[in-house]
Ligand binder design. Structure first.
Ligand code: ADP
Ligand code: MG
Length: 601
């Protein structure tokens, strides 16, 4: 196995390997990758079919799951067993979703607790994580079928407003589908990447990402600087999207042919067919001025002008969200450099026109809005795969960074997955009177003892002015700059003496090694905790022995002969305990010695 480098900043592996980008959408999901020949982000699809997989799971009588287009056929005819919009349930409790319970045509379990929701299908229960994993598994299978190679690593996108629970749920769904989720990326960030934004280090831009999908609307304001994407604000409506446009067209048709909604609602097959017709009409009107056809013996017809009229209120609602997002980011429309259109519904001309005129600028819509998020996820995946070597997308630290403290313990200053650039500092002091120097050893890894982690650098901090133990204040600070280079500085705050070193970002760690280090930290977690507790007890014991010795040497007149004897015996017992590995024994002996000292205070 050839050695491959890993960049501490990017976590990027420097070896070719397919890592796919996945847009796990509320309505549609898809996979993209960087084509090895064209080097362009490309959505995966079977010959002459769509790249989109409807995010729908249908369960048959036996509980077998079917995903995508075939499952979508059951939305209207078998609603109780057809799960759509599972993404809306990710990381949510019943309390979170109960206000929208009517939206779900399938059974969302109400156990009136704060625990996560489940969906009941027949006599089976599914978590949203499992439901999403069915979709991801389908995407994985598709990708493997098309690429003719195993696909095990992915970058998955989530809305910028997803909280930790929702992100973790998405990660878990990936794991359940047999995918190693290397990164969860915000959808607006991915969309920007697909437009090549944020790929230059000195680029600074403020971007608005307008995402109108099938059932949800999101507006995100991002700031890109030095390869870092910062979400300034998000707004939107989790129940506004293309489905509402379809519904508006369907009502228009019903009125035209003189049938009430209640009437057609009795006939699920008819309803389904009219809904599909409405969606088709909507899509046609993105290109044509007029749509007309025959349906069930009726003539139905709608013009672009009529369509615009019925959907104008919905578009206006999205603009209200844009106003709020700008105000939350304390920005005016003029301060937005670029507007990106995302989501199938932004193909509607009225949407594009209204948004362009609101921002006073032409919107960017050259990349397919259905695919743009997945394409951007593929760009991110390619960077992680190390294929895009010129470019550093600074993001997070793959492993924790810290220094060695007493007893060989790892003291973490910058935790794993921390954002880059980053800064952290902590104060330390000397253990001996007049101690003039201090060894600073920098480590990387997740274990409690530095001996199990990886040493990155070491230096001797000298020139600490002579002071009693515990007096000097040595501040050690870590600074990871935008290039991923770690600078370690030690400064004695009372005297101002300072020294620093730079640690280069390349460590030649293979991805297997990083993985192994993470795995080790999990397997050894319990053992590490025990060792840490023992080391801490020993350190405390040694300190107490030293302090007591000093006290007795300085103030012999304060102690009676008997007290001296007692102290000496307690000290001896503690010293004995320190040679053994029983943390509790050490603590008991510390306590006994403390007891004697306390009596003298
Ligand atoms: P999501 O992100 O919610 O999964 P998508 O971005 O895939 O959703 O958007 C799906 C929506 O886009 C559907 O409502 C679909 O009808 C709509 N859509 C797709 N193509 C067009 C088009 N040409 N014109 C208008 N709407 C379209
Ligand atoms: Mg989407």
């Amino acid at each position: 196995m050839a050695k491959i480098g890993i960049n501490i900043a990017t976590g990027s592996l420097q070896q070719a390997e397919i890592i796919v980008g996945i847009d796990l959408g509320t309505t549609n999901s898809l996979v993209a990758f960087i084509h090895p020949e064209s080097k362009l982000p490309t959505a995966l699809k079977e010959f002459d079919s769509s790249s989109l997989v409807p995010s729908v799971v249908h369960f048959d009588q036996l509980g077998n799951a079917e995903v995508g287009e075939p499952a979508k056929q059951f939305l209207e005819t078998d609603p109780a067993n057809t799960i759509f919009s599972a993404k809306r349930l990710m990381g949510k409790s019943y309390k979170d979703v109960k206000d929208n319970a009517h939206f779900f045509t399938y059974k969302v379990i109400d156990d009136d607790t704060d625990s996560l929701v489940k969906v009941q299908v027949g006599d089976r229960f599914y978590s949203p994580i499992e439901l999403s994993s069915f979709i991801l598994k389908e995407l994985k299978n598709r990708a493997e079928h098309i690429l003719k190679t195993p696909v095990t690593k992915a970058v998955i996108t989530v809305p910028a407003y997803f909280n930790d629970a929702q992100r973790q749920a998405t990660r878990d769904a990936g794991k359940l589908a047999g995918l190693d989720v290397l990164r969860i990326v915000n959808e607006p960030t991915a969309a920007s990447l697909a437009y090549g934004l944020g790929l230059q280090k000195d680029e600074e831009k403020t971007i608005a990402v307008y995402d109108l999908g099938g059932g949800t609307f999101d507006i995100s304001i991002l700031k890109i600087a030095g390869g870092i994407f910062e979400v300034l604000s998000t707004n939107g409506d989790t129940y506004l999207g293309g489905d509402d446009l379809d519904h508006a067209v369907m009502e228009f048709f019903l009125k035209q042919i003189g049938i009430s909604f209640e009437e057609i609602n009795q006939e699920k097959k008819q309803l389904q067919s009219l809904r599909l017709l409405a969606e088709w009409a909507k899509k046609e009107l993105s290109f044509a001025e007029l749509f007309s056809t025959e349906w069930s013996g009726y003539n139905v017809e709608i013009s672009r002008v009529q369509f615009n009229e019925i959907i104008q209120p919905l578009v206006n609602r999205t603009i209200e969200s844009c106003v709020k997002a700008l105000s939350d980011a304390s920005l005016t429309v003029n301060e937005i450099d670029t507007i990106i259109m995302v989501g199938g519904s932004t193909r509607v001309p009225l949407v594009k026109e209204s948004i362009s005129s609101f921002f006073g600028k032409q919107v960017n819509d050259s990349v397919n809005p259905d695919e743009v998020v997945a394409l951007g996820a593929a760009v991110q995946a390619d960077i992680l795969a190390g294929n895009n070597k010129d470019f550093l997308l600074l993001d997070i630290t793959p492993l924790s960074l810290g220094i060695e403290t007493m007893g060989g313990l790892m003291d973490v200053l910058i935790p794993r997955n921390a954002k880059i650039p980053n800064k952290a500092g902590r104060q330390y002091t000397t253990q001996k009177d007049g101690q003039g120097s201090m060894r600073i050893s920098v480590f990387q890894g997740e274990r409690d003892l530095v001996q199990h982690n990886r040493k990155l650098a070491e230096f001797n901090f000298t020139g600490i002015p002579g002071m009693p133990a515990g007096m000097p204040k040595v501040e050690v600070s870590f600074l990871i700059n935008a290039d991923g280079i770690l600078q370690v500085t030690a400064k004695e705050l009372r005297s101002g003496v300072e020294q620093s070193i730079e640690v280069k970002p390349q460590y030649g760690l293979t991805d297997e090694e990083v993985e192994q280090m993470l795995l080790d930290s999990i397997t050894h977690a319990k053992e590490d905790m025990t060792v840490r507790a023992l080391v801490e007890a020993r350190t405390e014991g040694e300190q107490i022995l030293e302090v007591t010795e000093k006290f007795i040497a300085k103030n012999p007149e304060l102690l009676s002969q008997e007290e001296l004897m007692q102290a000496a015996s307690a000290m001896q017992n503690l010293q004995m305990a320190l040679t053994l590995t029983d943390k509790n024994l050490i603590q008991t002996k510390i306590e006994e010695l403390n007891e004697i000292s306390r009596r003298k205070q």
